[in-house]
Design a protein around this ligand. Structure first.
Ligand SMILES: Cc1cc2nc3c(=O)[nH]c(=O)nc-3n(C[C@H](O)[C@H](O)[C@H](O)COP(=O)(O)O)c2cc1C
Length: 424
């Protein structure tokens, strides 16, 4: 019988020691040159020693000019590869896999970073004045993005990571291309479903053929964007069916984006057509379980489900349903050694206090700020008891984002674009 501690063999033959994954968590903890910092080493060591079979990094940017946050790590050339090598090593001391999540923000780019935002179409984010107004990305810029995903993947392999996860969820560039709401192009990169998925498929195929067969290539994708007329369950199913023939090793299912931030709370997630019919408590706790069960039957690669999972009974149910891996961010931020506790038959069920500030996006921001506080507690090796009021966490987060943006702008003053980066 498969349990949460059964090893998982991926399509490329690599073995993940158990079914628990630390899902990607943007930490905003890069050093001032956008490299992994000592705090990130400490954080990923804690997760590795905590017993998860797989750690996926917070999103790593493929282009220094386009970051999802001013404190994001960038990997676009080999000038600091030794630092990444050290990170890869320390983040897998416990015998787990350590993958880099690789990403391009597209129009989810804060305007105070002073960089142009690129998007499939020049459509600004709804109700999001903190973000730059995007320009339509050109064909040659699209080709450069593909090349950059390839370069970053090759560098990740050289640095000693076990794999990469291509981020095609949560409204970032690849997810923007998939969405009929944000992609209104009339060339071969927009319009039909095939055309909207072209960029993602090109990135997957290019990355897969540029790295060794034993190096893992995963994809994170939305089960739906939860927006009327947006990328929905049928689109996601079709994309995954196409990926069956692309040698993808693991597909992680999530949902939503900045305009519809469902990953930070179950209420909105349950408004999806399929999930709303999921009556049981367990299905409500694992937000996208109904869809993941269905997809696991048609996908040839293993499926990982992330969103809402904190309790042992829910984890058992997910694995019993045929879903290969359980992804957790919140629970593993609050309790990095959760897998070790579960091994001892303990069930600490680490959850956030209930936070509701009325407006959905604001509530999501407060929750993220609260969890960011705890990321720092672990990263800076502070006393575990260090607690925080959500409003204080929010104030600290906003202040941090602003001061970090100044550091980034200064860093970019000395930056010269040398053209598309390639690696042997
Ligand atoms: C602080 C924080 C940062 C996150 N950063 C990322 C990220 O960089 N990339 C990503 O795909 N998801 C990111 N997420 C979303 C998580 O990976 C996950 O999909 C989501 O939190 C739902 O899982 P959970 O209920 O276990 O927290 C982040 C979540 C949190 C709380």
């Amino acid at each position: 019988m498969t349990t949460i501690f059964t090893p998982l063999t991926l399509p490329n033959g690599a073995v993940i020691p158990n079914r628990i994954a630390k899902a990607a968590t943007q930490e905003n903890l890069a050093d001032n040159d956008q490299n992994p910092s000592k705090e990130l080493f400490q954080l990923y060591k804690a997760w590795s020693e905590g017993g998860s079979g797989l750690s996926i990094s917070g999103h790593i940017m493929v282009d220094r000019r386009a970051v999802g946050g001013a404190g994001d790590v960038v990997l676009e050339d080999d000038s600091n590869l030794d630092t990444f090598k050290e990170w890869a090593k320390v983040g897998s001391v416990g015998g787990n896999h350590f993958w880099l999540q690789i990403n391009h923000p597209g129009k989810q780019l804060f305007y105070n970073l002073g960089q142009p935002a690129l998007a499939p179409s020049a459509i600004p984010l709804a109700n999001a004045s903190m973000f730059a107004v995007p320009q339509e990305i050109t064909e040659s810029q699209i080709l450069e993005v593909i090349e950059r995903f390839k370069t970053t993947s090759q560098l990740a392999e050289r640095a000693g990571f076990h794999g990469v996860q291509i981020h095609a969820a949560h409204g970032y560039l690849l997810s923007q291309f998939l969405s009929p709401l944000s992609n209104k192009r009339e060339d071969k990169w927009g319009g039909s479903r095939e055309n909207r998925a072209r960029l993602l498929f090109e990135v997957i195929k290019t990355v897969r053929s540029a790295v060794s067969p034993g190096f893992c290539v995963g994809v994170k994708i939305n089960s739906a964007d939860f927006q009327r007329g947006g990328f929905d369950n049928d689109d996601a199913q079709w994309v995954i069916e196409q990926m069956n023939s692309m040698s993808v090793d693991l597909v992680e299912l999530s949902g939503g984006n900045l305009e519809s931030p469902v990953i930070m709370g179950p209420d909105a997630a349950l408004s999806s057509d399929k999930e709303s019919k999921a009556a049981s408590t367990i299905a409500r706790e694992a937000y996208f379980l109904t869809f993941a069960e269905e997809i696991s039957k048609i996908a040839t690669m293993p499926i990982m489900l992330t969103g809402g999972i904190t309790r042992r009974a829910v984890m058992d149910k997910v694995v019993e349903s045929g879903v290969a891996m359980i992804g957790m961010a919140t629970a593993l931020i609050l309790k990095p050694d959760l897998p070790n506790e579960l091994k001892k038959d303990l069930d600490p069920n680490p959850r956030m206090p209930s936070i509701n500030w009325g407006q959905k996006s604001l509530t999501a921001l407060v929750k993220i700020s609260y969890l960011n506080h705890y990321l720092r507690v672990v990263a800076e090796n502070q006393e575990k008891s260090s607690s925080v009021w959500p409003s204080w966490a929010l104030a600290k987060q906003l202040w941090g984002l602003n001061s970090r943006a100044k550091v980034y702008r200064k860093h970019m003053e000395g930056y010269t674009y040398k053209g598309p980066v390639t690696t042997q």
